[in-house]
Design a protein around this ligand. Structure first.
Ligand SMILES: *Cc1c(COP(=O)(O)O)cnc(C)c1O
Length: 385
């Protein structure tokens, strides 16, 4: 208990929550009963899930479950300690090697999640005498990584490489600078001009840090992401981030780059150093996903077909499986979310300030699991909104 007169009054958290509720910004957990298939049991009703990042349907694939089960029998469940102590086990090492081979890079480094990767790698790579140049729509985990970096951060307008270049011209630093971008943006599904970013980074002697969370596993002819498919020349310092929680259907994340940069992250990324390593079975399931992505191109092809079907049924063009369906206003977008649920479809409402005021939306994601009938049904329900 505080001493009256010395301590300020306690914060009224319940009142704050009421305030959030009045603004239509209250967030609530919902439980999915059963597996993450196209059809899910959500809060007691059956709906078609159009908001999962399980783009290839790997999250419920028996091969992943089997790989995990085998690993549990061989290694037990927990890893027991941080990777640098004794937590790095054979499945982690094998997964890192599989990722480095798949992406044809010198080295890959496992992080516990994409969030961990960004809040650890960005501050580790940032130079206090340099700066960061970051796209205005970069993911919250990149923003948090920037907040932890002890250097100036310049934000350029989303996708505006002219503005990025003028910022690079305008500010000169004695230390290392980095350009940060996603490849497929998580809320808009649009694609960053990667070739230009690569050229600018090279020209202005910056490193390029690319978060391919929503692209690795399915984008491009081999599923190696947007950089592989349409990137240009990488600058000398080049780091890519991918998550294993989305298209790979598992959990965890990885950084890709030179041996030197990965060794640097092992020594400096606090979210890598000071956390327990992933359970070995999780790494084993991820390694199975890496194999399947190489052996089963039909999953990417099916996803691509489904994008075409969505375009056909809604008469809209899409650039990736992330489709923002704008319903401006927080109240309006929540009502649309509920109406869609009543029709049997789940596309999560994204409110401001997560997205800019006036661009509130249903964030629709397509998966290889969806059938034509389900996509046609969603299109019809969207038209009726
Ligand atoms: C989802 C996402 C992350 C976080 O990845 P997790 O593995 O889910 O923590 C990071 N960056 C971007 C761009 C994302 O969309």
């Amino acid at each position: 208990m505080g001493i009256r007169g010395h301590n300020p009054p306690s914060m009224d958290y319940a009142a704050k929550l009421t305030e959030i509720q009045a603004q239509g910004l209250y967030r609530q957990l919902q439980t999915v009963a059963g597996p993450q298939e196209a059809r899910i049991q959500l809060g007691g009703r059956e709906v078609i899930n159009f908001c999962s990042n399980n783009y290839l349907g790997l999250a419920t694939d028996p091969q992943l479950a089997e790989a995990a089960t085998k690993a549990i029998l061989n290694y037990g469940w927990g890893s027991g300690s941080a990777a640098l102590i004794a937590g790095m086990m054979s499945p982690h090492q094998e997964l890192q090697q599989a990722l480095a081979d798949f992406f044809s890079v010198e080295a890959a480094l496992l992080f516990n999640s994409g969030y961990h990767a960004n809040i650890g790698a960005i501050p580790a790579l940032a130079d206090p005498a340099g700066a960061i140049f970051s796209d205005s729509l970069n993911h919250a985990s990149i923003i948090d990584g920037c907040r932890l970096a002890r250097c100036p951060v310049h934000i350029y307008e989303h996708g505006n490489t002219d503005q990025l270049e003028s910022l690079l011209k305008q500010h000169s630093y004695t230390g290392q600078c980095w350009v940060l971008s996603e490849s497929i943006f998580s809320m808009d599904g649009d694609i960053a001009p990667l070739a230009v970013l690569g050229t600018l980074a090279q020209q202005y002697n910056c490193g390029l840090y690319l978060d391919e969370a929503h692209a690795v596993g399915f984008y491009g002819p081999e599923g190696r992401g947007v950089w592989e498919a349409q990137g240009g020349t990488a600058p000398e310092l080049f780091v890519r981030i991918g998550t294993l929680g989305k298209a790979f259907g598992s959990y965890g994340a990885f950084a890709l780059g030179s041996r030197t940069l990965m060794d640097y992250l092992i020594n400096h990324a606090r979210s890598f150093i000071y956390t327990t390593a992933l359970p070995p079975a999780v790494a084993a399931a991820s390694a199975a996903a890496v194999r399947m992505i190489q052996q089963e191109p039909q999953r990417r092809i099916q996803l691509q077909k489904n994008l075409g079907l969505f375009e056909e049924y809604t008469e809209r063009c899409v650039s990736s499986p992330i489709i923002p369906w704008l319903v401006p206003g927080n109240t309006a977008v929540l009502a649309a979310d509920r109406k869609l649920l009543d029709a049997g479809f789940y596309a999560h409402a994204i409110r401001s300030p997560t997205v800019k005021v006036g661009t509130e939306r249903l964030r629709i994601t397509l998966s290889a699991m969806h059938t034509e009938e389900q996509i046609a049904g969603l299109a019809k329900a969207l038209k009726e909104l």
